[in-house]
Design a protein around this ligand. Structure first.
Ligand code: ADP
Ligand code: 5SP
Length: 463
């Protein structure tokens, strides 16, 4: 009888559960449930979505092991009894931008942060949310006894233990701002931010069992980008571009990065290596927002974008609809430039929106290349990769062919692979076969990135 494993992706917009054959990763069944909108969420809502998604995926009766991947950075503050102190502030909540500036200055500038943690914190990072809590909700701050991340919280609830059983993994810990590149917590960063120390989840090894949910063994879990890396089997020379709520560009690396410019976040991966990553706040939802402006659905948006000339006749859509994280412009807003009578059409706007999202990620890819990352192939995943226009336009903006695997839940699949690794043991995750898919090629359109850069640098943040 075959052994089954499950993987969870508790991401920004939804919770997805996949069930796979532990031996070779063959998909067996899957389910999902929606998350509430907004940038602060009661973690109990994630728990309910998880239980709903598990039911939708046919339950866990025949599943031997499960791992949870989740959106990174979210601050889940718990009191001494394990109760949630306030709604979690998510990775895309920018209210702690001022706290980030303060913390960077207090530690002596971006350099020390990059050296210690691999990352210069912006509002996305957990440590800045702790400082925001100290400054704006001191009563809540005083009640915080433990701080977890979204995936830690869900694993902990599945296991049902006390606060002393909280665990995380190296990939998610590396996105907090209080975990050193060298592989240990920096409790002094927590104290600096929150004003007092807290209990932090134990950092489990990549293939370690951290608990049980009935008969189901629980893996350490991971951040969702590290989960995608495992899910697509990213190796040397692979750069992954993920277009979900966030846009991310990342690669698996044997060596850490420490970018004092703050463009590259020097994360850890889920298999003992590193995951240099650039993240934008504005990706798939720029397309849905453009649908709202134009009064069309996503399929029609795609048709419109593909009917416009490459370069959208010079129209530039600066997609900072949620502010922006990379570049660090939390108060920025979106804008459209270069309209003429001839280009004032839905098709031009649709094309400019797709090109704008991709230009932000192409900037991220450049930063990774500058840091010495190899990009022999680019793998395009995430809900936004379901857009035919985005798939077709990506090679011309990213400047290289793009492999588009069959649409699937790669983060949840990566979490399932970790669960299989835990069952099977060994120094590396099980070999599940590479991703298939279509290699999409396209000519670079002269001027697109240059015009985008000119607008990006010229438009002030008036938000
Ligand atoms: N055909 C499509 N064209 C463009 N965007 C799409 C399409 N299908 C789904 N999406 C978008 O993908 C996003 C969800 O992707 P996903 O990777 O699951 O996000 P997250 O992991 O951040 O929750 C949604 O914003 C949705 O609108
Ligand atoms: O903040 C980051 C990475 O640093 C985001 O990538 C989050 O991890 C959210 O991911 P999605 O829900 O968009 O997949």
């Amino acid at each position: 009888m075959r052994t089954l494993v499950a993987g969870v992706d508790s991401s920004t917009q939804s919770c997805k559960v996949v069930v796979r054959d532990a031996e070779d990763g063959t998909p067996v069944r899957q389910g999902s449930a929606a998350h509430p909108g907004g940038t602060e969420v009661d973690p109990a809502r994630w728990w309910h979505a998880l239980t709903e998604a598990i039911t939708d995926a046919g339950g866990l009766d025949d599943v031997a092991a499960l791992s949870v991947g989740g959106q990174q950075h979210g601050m889940v503050a718990l009191d001494g009894d394990g109760r949630v102190v306030r709604d979690a502030l998510l990775w895309n909540d920018t209210r702690s931008a001022g706290a980030a500036r303060d913390l960077v200055a207090e530690l002596g500038g971006p350099g020390p942060w990059a050296e210690r943690t691999g990352t210069v914190p912006t509002a996305s990072f957990t440590v800045t949310k702790l400082r925001w809590l100290r400054d704006h909700e001191p009563d809540n701050a005083a009640r915080v006894h433990a701080v977890a991340l979204p995936h830690d919280y869900l694993t902990w609830r599945l296991a049902g233990g006390g606060l002393d059983t909280l665990s995380t993994d190296r990939s998610d810990a590396s996105g907090t701002g209080y975990y050193a590149t060298a592989g240990h917590y920096l409790p002094e960063h927590v104290e600096l931010a929150l004003g007092h120390g807290v209990e932090l989840p134990r950092v489990a090894a990549p293939a370690e069992q951290v608990g049980s949910h009935g008969h189901v063994r629980l893996g350490a879990g991971m951040g969702d980008n590290a989960a995608v890396a495992l899910g697509v089997g990213a190796g040397p020379g692979d750069v992954v571009v993920s277009i979900g709520t966030s846009g991310t560009v990342f690669a698996v690396s044997d060596t850490p990065t420490a970018d004092p410019e703050g463009t590259i976040a020097g994360f850890a991966d889920a298999a003992g290596r590193f995951l240099p990553l650039v993240c934008t706040l504005n990706a798939a939802r720029v397309l849905t927002a453009t649908c709202s402006i134009l009064g069309v659905d996503l399929d029609r948006l795609s048709e419109l974008a593909l009917s416009a000339p490459p370069g959208a006749g010079g129209v530039v859509f600066l997609p900072y609809l949620e502010g922006e994280r990379t570049p660090n412009r939390p108060d920025a807003t979106g804008s459209v430039h270069g309209l003429t009578l001839a280009t004032s059409t839905p098709a031009h706007l649709a094309r400019a929106a797709v090109e704008g999202v991709l230009c932000g990620l192409a900037d991220g890819l450049d930063a990774l290349l500058d840091a010495g990352v190899r990009a022999d192939r680019v793998i395009l995943v995430g809900g936004g990769a379901r857009s035919a226009a985005l798939r077709a336009i990506a090679p011309g903006v990213l400047g290289r062919p793009v492999l588009v695997p069959d649409p699937a839940e790669y983060a949840a699949g990566g979490a399932a692979r970790q669960a299989a690794w835990m069952l099977g043991g060994g120094g590396e995750p099980p070999v599940w076969g590479g991703v298939g898919g279509v290699l999409v090629e396209g000519d670079v359109v002269p001027g697109v990135r240059e015009r985008y850069a000119a607008v990006r640098d010229a438009v002030p943040d008036l938000g």
